[in-house]
Every structure is written in structure tokens, then in C-alpha cells.
Design a protein around this ligand. Structure first.
Ligand code: PLP
Length: 421
């Protein structure tokens, strides 16, 4: 009997080849035969400094030989303490407590449970979560509940909990979203527990970008009405949007913040949900019934924490911001080149993320153009994975000008190829 591997977000029935990768380095993946593939989406948005960064690899090797894994309920270890100290340099001052888990989805589950626990332990009946249209917060049931509904979660729809949805603050129509938020927050009969948003960029929802000014206004509305503000920085965190965290650009200090993907430099899984003292204090008591009832077997795995500490050291010691700024400038020049191509619409950039749509009439994630584009890029040894007809680049910060130009070149070829149909 042979066992088949069932891949994520993959329709095996279409019979697409599943190429095998043998090794990776910097901005590239390599096939066993030596074929080099440029990783233009940072291996699904996780890699920040590039593959197999020696400092992170070294930290993992060293830590795994010393203390590999241990229980974190009632016990602690040095890599976790060091990470807490290190994060205090990067996080807003309001976030004084960190809780570990293993993925972006679990960081979001933890955030939702913290928010609901906060109100519960204070004796206020608040269960409603507010969300933004087109959001994505992960694939577990709770994370799907606060994300956009669609073909992705149709089969589970009856099990997803109800939320209050505000519009995506489309440029020129921002006031509508703010008014909706204000209306939800001031509904005295159903006071919301929290608003959860992806700050500045909605990733899986199609790289939709909104302004820092609106992010700030949303946070202010929540503050005014005593509604918790949860920033899901799982994708935006660790430099993606041009600053370490997207919230910085809006001077927003969230009540709860989720991070995962780039926390370890994207080498091994680790997530953190950071919270204010008020949220921690709502669970702090002599009463065991008020503790935060959440754990996973690998909470704060020492090897993952060591990788995260190495990531922080890279941010301190290497010119990471300069690399990010170089990508930003390079994307900007490329967008000027794309701007007058008629097949290209919705050209936009936020930090190291550049995105646009191919006009194909249908649009959306299930656009038939998506798989064709994927194949087109794969055949040219570029790892790009369009979201339907939305093409985006999100490279690791170590990418050099030559590789970036190769990615741009293949995208221009795609515009020539698909734009003239
Ligand atoms: C990827 C992502 C998640 C889920 O993270 P996983 O580690 O894949 O579970 C949550 N929120 C946002 C904004 C994401 O982009």
C-alpha cells in the first residue's frame, strides 16, 4: 500500500505536477537537478531574510542539541525569556504580555479567546466580534469565522460564528466603513467585544491596501467606545509593509497583536499573541477559573524561540531596513513601467508588496486565469502564486537586483502573453 500526500489548497483532480525541491538558499529554491527557482513570494509570505540564513540555522542547531522541547505550563526556559526581552524593543509599549502558539491561525484563536475572556472575566456580556470585509485570519474554525465567507469555507458555513462586518475602506469610500464601525460600536444593546483587522494590507483577500490614516481612525473609534482593537500582523509584521509592524505607520497601539510568519525569519513555526496589561489583569486572580485556558503541546518550543531570537538579532545587526527600502524603490520603478499597460489594473504597492490585477472580466480567486498564470511562472522558474487574477510580488529582503529584474521581466512577459487575448 502506498500513502498519498494531500497538499494544502491543491486540487489534485486537475493533475497539475507537484515539483519537488531539494534545497534552498537566500532568495532561491533548487530542484535536485540544480534548477534554480526564484522565490518571489517568500515561500508563502513567511521568509523575510531569505532561506537558510546561517544565523538562524546556527541558532536552531545549537538550541536543538541543548534543550529541544519542554512543557511550558508552569515551567519556563531561557530562549522564551530572551524573546520576551527582545520583543520589548520592537513592540508598542502598550503590549506588555506575550502568549506563544504555533501558527498564525492559532495566534488569532488566542487573540479572540483573550478578547472574549477579558469581557467574561469582567462580568460584561460581550461576544460580538467585528471584522473587515475580504479579511483572512487563518483556516481553523474560529479564524475562518472572522474571515471572509466564500468558496473556501462554504462547507463549514453553518458552524462559523456570527460576526459584524464593516466594508473594506476602498479609496474614496472610506467614510462608509468608518460609519459602519461607529454604528456597531455605539449599539448599546449589542456592544462588540473587539474588532480584528489586518493592518494596511489584506493579504489572502487579494492584497487589498488601505491607508494608515483609516487604520488610525478605526483604532480611535474602537478606543472611544471601549471596543478591543486586535491587529493581525501575521503577514504584515516583520517588515513587509516597510516598517517592522504596519501599525507603526498609523501610530496605532493595538490591545492585542498577532504575529507568526516572519517571527522566526520564516524558518520554523512560532506565533505570538501580544496583549495589554488590562487584558492580562482580567485573567489574573486567585481564582483558577479565571486563568487563560489555552495551550498547545509545543507552546514556546525552545528551538523555535531560539530561531526567533536569531531573527531579532538579524534585525538589530544587519541592514534589514536598507534591503527593504531598496525593494520598495525597485518596485516603484517597475510599477511606473507597468502603469501604462492596458491589461494591468489596480496597480498598488505597500512596502515590499506589489500587486495588480489582470483584466479578465471574471476576476476573483477562482478566476480561470489564476492556474494559467501559475503554470506560466512555474515554467519560467519563478515562484509566484497569483490570488485568482491578482498577481503580487512579496520577495525575501535578501533578494538582489538581478533576481528582482528576472521576476519583473517574467511578469512583463505574462502581461504580453495574457494581456493580448
Ligand atoms: C497567513 C495568515 C494567517 C494564518 O497563519 P498560518 O500560520 O498560516 O496559520 C493569519 N492571518 C493572516 C493575516 C495571514 O496572512
Amino acid at each position: 500500500m502506498s500513502i498519498n500526500i494531500w497538499h494544502p489548497f491543491t486540487q489534485h483532480g486537475l493533475g497539475e505536477p507537484i515539483p519537488e525541491i531539494a534545497r534552498a538558499e537566500g532568495a532561491a529554491l533548487y530542484r535536485a537537478d540544480g534548477t534554480r527557482i526564484i522565490d518571489a513570494i517568500s515561500s508563502w509570505w513567511v521568509q523575510t531574510h531569505g532561506h537558510c540564513h546561517p544565523a538562524i540555522v546556527g541558532a536552531i542547531q545549537e538550541q536543538s542539541a541543548r534543550l529541544d522541547q519542554m512543557i511550558f505550563a508552569g515551567w519556563t526556559h531561557e530562549p522564551a525569556r530572551k524573546l520576551a526581552d527582545g520583543l520589548s524593543e520592537f513592540l508598542p509599549d502598550s503590549l506588555q504580555h506575550i502568549f506563544f502558539s504555533d501558527s498564525g491561525s492559532t495566534a488569532v484563536e488566542v487573540a479572540l479567546k483573550m478578547a472574549l475572556g477579558y469581557w467574561h472575566n469582567r462580568g460584561e456580556a460581550r461576544q460580538k466580534i467585528l471584522v473587515m470585509e475580504h479579511s483572512y485570519h487563518g483556516d481553523t474554525i474560529g479564524a475562518m469565522s472572522v474571515g471572509a465567507r466564500g468558496v473556501f469555507n462554504q462547507a463549514y458555513a453553518p458552524l462559523l460564528f456570527d460576526v459584524g462586518t464593516i466594508a473594506f475602506p476602498e479609496a474614496g469610500a472610506e467614510q462608509r466603513a468608518l460609519d459602519q464601525l461607529e454604528a456597531y460600536c455605539s449599539d448599546k444593546d449589542h456592544r462588540p467585544a473587539a474588532l480584528i483587522v489586518e493592518p494596511l494590507v489584506l493579504g489572502a483577500g487579494g492584497m487589498k491596501i488601505y491607508s494608515s490614516f483609516i487604520l488610525k481612525q478605526m483604532a480611535d473609534i474602537c478606543r472611544k467606545h471601549d471596543v478591543l482593537f486586535i491587529a493581525d500582523e501575521v503577514m504584515t509584521g516583520w517588515g513587509r509593509t516597510g516598517t517592522v509592524f504596519a501599525c507603526e505607520q498609523a501610530s496605532v497601539e493595538p490591545d492585542i497583536m498577532c504575529m507568526a510568519k516572519g517571527l522566526t525569519g520564516g524558518i520554523i513555526p512560532l506565533a505570538v499573541t501580544a496583549a495589554t496589561d488590562a487584558i492580562y489583569q482580567a485573567h489574573y486572580s486567585q481564582d483558577r477559573a479565571q486563568m487563560f485556558f489555552h495551550s498547545s503541546s509545543f507552546t514556546a518550543n525552545p528551538i523555535a524561540c531560539a530561531a526567533a531570537n536569531a531573527n531579532l538579532a538579524i534585525w538589530r545587526d544587519e541592514p534589514v531596513q536598507q534591503r527593504i527600502d531598496a525593494i520598495i524603490a525597485s518596485h516603484r520603478a517597475f510599477s511606473d513601467r507597468l502603469a501604462d499597460r492596458s491589461a494591468v489594473s489596480g496597480l498598488r504597492q505597500c512596502g515590499t508588496i506589489l500587486a495588480f490585477e489582470f483584466d479578465d472580466g471574471a476576476g476573483g480567486y477562482m478566476s480561470s486565469l489564476g492556474p494559467e498564470l501559475l503554470r506560466f511562472f512555474r515554467d519560467r522558474n519563478i515562484l509566484l502564486r497569483p490570488l485568482g487574477n491578482t498577481v503580487y510580488i512579496m520577495p525575501p529582503y535578501c533578494i538582489d537586483g538581478e533576481d528582482l529584474n528576472s521576476v519583473y521581466g517574467v511578469i512583463e512577459q505574462a502581461v504580453d502573453h495574457f494581456g493580448n487575448r
